[in-house]
Design a binder for this molecule. Structure first.
Ligand code: NDP
Length: 257
């Protein structure tokens, strides 16, 4: 029988921001592809629900409290993960927040909260993962969830766009420095997928009209359409890929100007 090159069997995978949306979906995906899953976020009740769902699929799962803005919380989550499953092999750096605000009205607090989660948090988790992998002399793999808004810009999202552009450059910088340790670092740049972050907008006429007009494929993404690109990056199928940023956006980035 042919080997499944997308298999994640035998790997321990940490998904940050796993309590809803894309992170919760990825947690189930990696379980289906054979990994042991560590799910992290602040809302532990949500994580416990997801953990029982994943357990009922017959997979090994561990829910850990994790606030990516707090170094002690991040290190504690890795410690708990290691004590149950060993060193984390793959990180899905997904935790993030959204906020729509005109640039002229964005406050110091808005700016710092956005950067603290969406850029500093990604850096903090990636660094903690890499330090532990290097210490254990193990190969590893980091997949950062950026955004097409890290590659182009949108109205009322200056702080979000700046943070996601930072994630794109961080991905490339870490790929450069960590290659010698056999740690690959790549990013996915999703277009628009309906989650708790944006459902109010995509439930209204204005949001739906925007998607029909701006996205060449004329529709929102479906969460399962994020699986293939992720599996390519996270599995041995992408063994020679590092520093890549894969857009998964229905052609949104190449929309007509
Ligand atoms: P959701 O709001 O559904 O999920 C966000 C997740 O991040 C939650 O699980 C939340 O958990 C977690 N989170 C937020 N802050 C923290 C924190 N300080 N520490 C730990 N976890 C945190 O949104 P999405 O699923 O849509 O977003 C996931 C990622 O995808 C984000 O990085 C987002 O920017 C990105 N993205 C999403 C797009 C979309 O269209 N949906 C498009 C492009 C990128 P909790 O509150 O329990 O901590």
């Amino acid at each position: 029988m042919e080997k499944n090159i997308f298999s994640l069997s035998g790997k321990t995978i940490l998904v940050t921001g796993a309590s809803s949306g894309i992170g919760a979906h990825y947690a189930k995906t990696v379980a289906r592809y054979g990994a042991r899953v560590v799910i992290g976020a602040r809302r532990v009740d949500r994580l416990e629900q997801l953990a029982s769902e994943i357990r009922s699929m017959g997979s090994e799962v561990l829910a850990v409290t994790m606030d990516v803005t707090d170094r002690a919380s991040v290190e504690a989550a890795f410690d708990v993960a290691e004590s149950s499953f060993g060193v984390v092999d793959v990180v899905i750096n997904n935790a993030g927040i959204g906020q729509s605000k005109p640039a002229l009205e964005t406050t110091e607090d808005d700016w710092h909260a956005m950067l603290a989660t969406n850029l500093d948090g990604v850096w903090r988790v990636a660094q903690a993962a890499a330090q532990r992998l290097v210490k254990a002399q193990r190969p590893g793999n980091i997949v950062n969830i950026a955004s097409i808004l890290g590659l182009r810009v949108g109205t009322n999202l200056s702080h979000y766009c700046a943070a996601k552009a930072g994630v794109v450059q961080l991905t490339k910088s870490l790929a450069l420095e960590l290659a010698r340790y056999d740690i690959r670092v790549n990013a996915i740049a999703p277009g628009y997928f309906k989650t708790e972050m944006n459902d109010a907008y995509f439930d209204c006429d204005k949001g739906q009209a925007y998607i029909r007009e701006a996205v060449p494929m004329g529709r929102l993404g479906r969460l399962e359409e994020l699986e293939g690109p992720f599996l390519l990056l996270a599995s041995d199928a992408g063994a020679y890929m590092s520093g890549a940023v894969l857009a998964v956006d229905g052609g949104h980035l190449v929309g007509s100007l």
